[in-house]
Design a protein around this ligand. Structure first.
Ligand code: CA
Length: 480
């Protein structure tokens, strides 16, 4: 590393690993995004700490878990008086900007802070002719497609800071490919041939906690007309209808991804043309993962793999070996401290992640003592539309323990309805698709004991004591 690099952070919304072409088995729709992996590092186990838009964004900005930054659910707004990495970079002389989705509340004390300039969508925003909010409190409608407009704003700002001077940090935060998956006109004819359903598409939810069966995010049942854009053909049987809904859903989702890929292509071309590629850290990621029909679902929230894990690709030619990969258990809570170290800025004591710079330099995760277990907590208990029970859990390289701790999280918007306290344990080696909990299997009794203790220890270490989950549990998960 030489002088302080520029930082380009592109955060898509709900972009699944399985829709980023450089990941094994993924839909091949992202040649430009894949270029970041070819020329940099692909993270194969990047988790989030709470698989939901606003909570993840708060974690990325502050380097803290949601019990510390306060954004535990979609209805808990961000208090911008807490420090963020862009603000710390700005204090250190960086030029900073943010364009696109914010989704952490508006007005004071919720607006973006720590940026020289910003322009953001109100809440989720619209795909077509979206309104943008401005720092002076005004707003305006920009005609066009949201992904293109966010890219245009970003390129205009890059033009304004190119040509020397202090380094810059730009956050490009796409709305896409978030529901309701409205593609750009130019992409409406893509993907009309249909898709092969994922192996777990016709999941019957046996062998897992009742939360899986009770969730309302089934492609075949819960997508609405706004999502599907058209009524189903008449005369379909149940399986044919499920396949039709999956094809409709995936076609529009992936069309939205194609526009995001074009955006990344334009940003990379700008860095090439302006001679900044070697001096810029390019990061491509998403705020969480997403189900693309796995387990029959769309959406996220669960601690299952497709929802828990995000794409994370990093290019920085002065540090990162091209074409490299790592299976280190990194988290979105690590991003802030990584950017700060790259910029030579000290992290704050309240931050709870760890700089990924040694990993980016190609060092072995074992030798650098990287974490071998990660903590997760989904707080938004049984929300009205998706109905996923609150849970927490611990994930290691080969095991995942999940604890549905019932109601009592006391969060705004949470249902009063209680659910059973249940546990799941997955053997990620024997069962990578997480189809059968082995929590009640005597062969895994040692794992249950060890991981339950580790989960409590992690929660204590991280200061997550809001509130004490019901414990010890009675289990009904994993019944044959
Ligand atoms: Ca999201």
């Amino acid at each position: 590393m030489t002088s302080r690099p520029n930082i380009l952070l592109v955060v898509a919304d709900d972009h699944a690993v399985n829709a980023v072409g450089c990941y094994p088995g993924a839909h091949q729709v992202t040649p430009q995004i894949d270029r970041v992996a070819v020329e940099g590092m692909r993270f194969d186990a990047c988790g989030c700490t709470n698989s939901l838009c606003a909570p993840s964004r708060a974690t990325i900005l502050t380097g803290t878990y949601n019990h510390r930054n306060g954004v535990t659910t979609l209805s808990t707004e961000f208090d911008n008086r807490q420090p963020t990495f862009p603000e710390l970079l700005r204090d250190a002389g960086y030029r900073t900007a943010l364009f696109g989705k914010w989704h952490l509340g508006h007005g004071e004390p919720h607006d973006p802070r720590g940026f020289d300039t910003w322009e953001v969508l109100p809440d989720q925003g619209d795909y077509v002719d979206p309104e943008f909010l401005l720092p002076d409190g005004s707003s305006h409608v920009r005609p066009g497609y949201a992904t293109d407009l966010i890219t245009d704003l970003s390129l205009d700002w890059l033009d304004s800071v190119s040509g020397g001077g202090d380094p810059w940090c730009l956050l490009v935060q796409h709305k896409a490919p978030h529901r309701p998956w409205v593609p750009a006109e130019r992409h409406r004819d893509l993907f009309t041939d249909g898709f092969k359903p994922p192996r777990t598409f016709f999941d019957d939810y046996e062998g897992r906690a009742t939360a899986a069966r009770e969730a309302r995010m089934r492609v075949a049942r819960d997508l609405n007309l706004e999502d599907l854009k058209e009524e189903p053909p008449t005369g379909l049987d149940e399986e044919q209808h499920a396949r039709w809904a999956l094809d409709r859903y995936l076609a529009d989702y992936l069309r939205c991804v194609v526009a995001v890929d074009e955006s990344v292509g334009r940003l990379l071309a700008h860095l090439d043309a302006s001679g900044q590629a070697d001096d810029t850290v390019v990061v491509y990621t998403s705020d969480q993962g997403f189900f693309l029909g796995e387990h029959g679902w769309y959406d996220k929230r669960f601690m299952y793999r497709e929802s828990l894990e995000s794409p994370l690709l990093v290019r920085y030619p002065r540090l990162v070996p091209p074409g490299s990969t790592t299976d280190a258990l990194v988290l979105n809570v690590d991003f802030a401290q990584t950017f700060l170290e790259l910029a030579g800025v000290d992290p704050l004591p309240r931050m709870q992640g760890r700089s990924m710079v040694p990993l980016l330099a190609g060092e072995d995760p074992v030798e650098v003592g990287w974490r071998t277990e990660s903590y997760y907590r989904y707080w938004e208990h049984l929300d009205g539309s998706h109905h996923v029970a609150a849970h927490r859990g611990i994930r290691t390289h080969d095991r995942k323990l999940v604890h549905y701790y019932g109601s009592g999280c006391g969060q705004p918007g949470a249902s009063e309805q209680t659910t059973e306290v249940e546990w799941e344990l997955f053997d990620l080696v024997a069962d990578p698709e997480e189809m059968r909990s082995v929590y009640d299997d005597p062969a895994y009794a040692d794992d249950v004991r060890t991981l339950t203790a580790a989960l409590d220890r992690l929660a204590t270490e991280l200061g997550d004591d809001i509130p004490e989950p019901t414990h010890p549990p009675t289990t009904k998960a994993g019944r044959p």
